[in-house]
Design a protein around this ligand. Structure first.
Ligand SMILES: Cc1cc2nc3c(=O)[nH]c(=O)nc-3n(C[C@H](O)[C@H](O)[C@H](O)COP(=O)(O)OP(=O)(O)OC[C@H]3O[C@@H](n4cnc5c(N)ncnc54)[C@H](O)[C@@H]3O)c2cc1C
Length: 465
């Protein structure tokens, strides 16, 4: 059978791949997407969405426990873990179905199977029914990433879990060790800790959420500890001895090794790109350890081959993947108005309790880059809406270039900050200055007023503090 011919074949249907495919089809390109597992990729099925569904259950549980604070009565509060998981899997399934519908609506051909690239302009797909050959003028590699496994700390699905096991737990851990305090590790720690599990987080760096501003990390840590979480920084899990229903972790800190027992371990030590078995290197695509090397337009250096999303390197975020997908589709369609993605304008959000969100440079990074800076801060306790919500713990921090007034970075910890951060993202995209932000009228009563106050504080004009 002759190979079907497409303008664009996308490998992988995560937020990078499916968005690239839809945009390419909208631009009149004949497009196919190949997926070996679930439409929607990790994000919809095993990442962003199901975690947020589970964290929502934990948040509601936490609020129910605090019912008295709000003048309410809630007795016999408990949870049903299988039902929590069922809801989360249902939300993931609903969204995956939604993406399939969108692909169909946009006339994107979906081929279910494992793709390889046997040569330039060719994609071979191993499907249930045999091998399907596709001919492609352009190939977008969007195969994503998977959990990093460290030697000796590998997941077994029983005592030691990756994020996939943690999203479909068969039992509630009683004593949990989370290795790694990046966004994924901290979100799971927050979920299980809130539901009453004795939770310890081990982080090799000197602070939790190590990519965040140091002050925000410290604030978040204080809250986690207050909630009963144990945090071990500058510590490393060297070995896991697996026994019957228990794991003994050898944890090194300050030159000493301590042995601690847990019934469950979640390994959240990063991710590695799905670069293997595609034929990339044979094609001449450069692979650096676990990611494809690209230029700022996601071009691999091999004509007609692009790489987007997690496989193209940090930041490993769904919105970065999608934005790159749109950019590459426009590039292929011949648009002369394509802008590269600026990593420092991509917000990072962590949906733990309290939430953490940031965009741009941390205070330390801005100083390291040689900026003379002005810093503003505003606490949640000074905001009427935060108090009315019963969420008085948190802060907003803004960093400006003293010389130009450019907003260099914004960092937040507290209720709903993952929703608030977009205000500063738009500000940065519009190259806003301190003056624009100070002259903006923020609605009252909202948490967003703290974003205004933080800017005012940077210029010694704060009102409510
Ligand atoms: C637990 C967890 C929570 C997360 N939370 C967030 C969050 O809150 N916000 C956020 O922005 N990001 C979050 N992320 C990260 C986010 O999921 C990724 O950045 C995003 O999914 C990357 O999108 P992608 O399109 O590059 O790849 P993926 O979503 O990984 O999709 C790649 C797809 O390619 C398919 N594939 C791979 N190889 C082949 C092949 N050879 N042939 C055919 N198909 C193939 C895979 O099956 C997969 O479906 C989270 C990740 C995890 C693990």
């Amino acid at each position: 059978m002759a190979a079907q011919t497409f303008d664009v074949v996308v490998i992988g249907s995560g937020p990078g791949g499916y968005v690239a495919a839809i945009r390419a089809a909208q631009l009149g390109l004949k497009t196919a997407v190949v997926e070996r597992e679930h439409v929607g990729g990790i994000c919809l099925n095993w990442g962003c969405i199901p975690t947020k569904a589970m964290l929502r259950s934990a948040e509601v549980f936490h609020l129910m426990e605090r019912a008295k604070d709000f003048g309410l009565k809630a007795e016999g509060i408990g949870y049903d873990l299988p039902a929590v998981v069922k809801r989360s899997r249902g939300v993931a399934g609903q969204l995956s179905g939604g993406v399939s519908h969108l692909l169909k609506k946009n006339k994107v051909t979906v081929v279910m199977g494992e793709a390889t690239i046997p040569g330039k302009g060719k994609v071979s797909v191993k499907t249930d029914k045999g091998t399907e050959e596709l001919s492609a003028k352009n190939i977008i590699v969007a195969t994503g990433a998977r959990a990093r496994e460290l030697p000796g700390l590998e997941a077994d699905g029983d005592l030691v879990w990756t994020y996939k096991h943690a999203l479909d737990p068969k039992r509630m851990p009683k004593k949990l060790l989370v290795i790694g305090s990046g966004a994924i590790g901290i979100e799971f720690a927050s979920f299980f800790n809130t539901l009453g599990c004795d939770t310890t987080v081990v982080e090799v760096m000197d602070r939790v959420l190590p990519v965040e501003d140091a002050e925000i990390s410290a604030f978040a840590k204080k809250q986690f500890v207050k909630q009963g979480m144990k945090i071990m920084e500058k510590s490393m899990v060297k070995q896991l001895d697996r026994g019957k229903g228990k794991v003994t972790a050898h944890i090194e800190a300050g030159g000493k090794v301590e042995k601690m027992e847990f019934d469950t371990v979640i390994s959240a030590v990063g991710i590695v790109g799905n670069v293997e078995g595609l034929g990339l290197e044979e094609l001449g695509v450069k692979v650096d350890r676990t990611h494809v090397v690209t230029d700022q337009f996601c071009r691999t250096g091999v004509e007609g081959v692009y790489a987007i999303g997690d496989i193209a390197g940090a930041p490993w975020l769904a919105h970065k993947a999608s934005h790159e997908g749109v950019m590459v589709a426009e590039l292929i369609a011949g648009s002369n108005n394509v802008h590269p993605v600026k990593p420092e304008s991509i917000a990072g959000c962590t949906y733990c309790h309290p939430q953490v969100a940031s965009v741009g440079y941390t205070e330390a990074k801005a100083k390291e880059l040689g900026y003379d800076i002005r810093v503003g801060k505003f606490p949640f306790i000074g905001n009427g809406k935060a108090i009315a919500l019963g969420e008085p713990e948190g802060m907003v921090k803004t960093i400006f270039d003293k010389k130009t007034g450019e907003l260099l970075g914004a960092h937040m910890v507290g209720a709903e900050v993952t929703e608030l951060i977009q205000g500063y993202v738009v500000g940065r995209q519009l190259e806003t200055t301190e003056e624009d932000l100070m002259n903006t009228v923020f609605p009252h009563p909202t948490l967003s007023e703290m974003m205004h106050e933080s800017v005012l504080d940077a210029y010694d004009r704060v009102i409510h503090m």
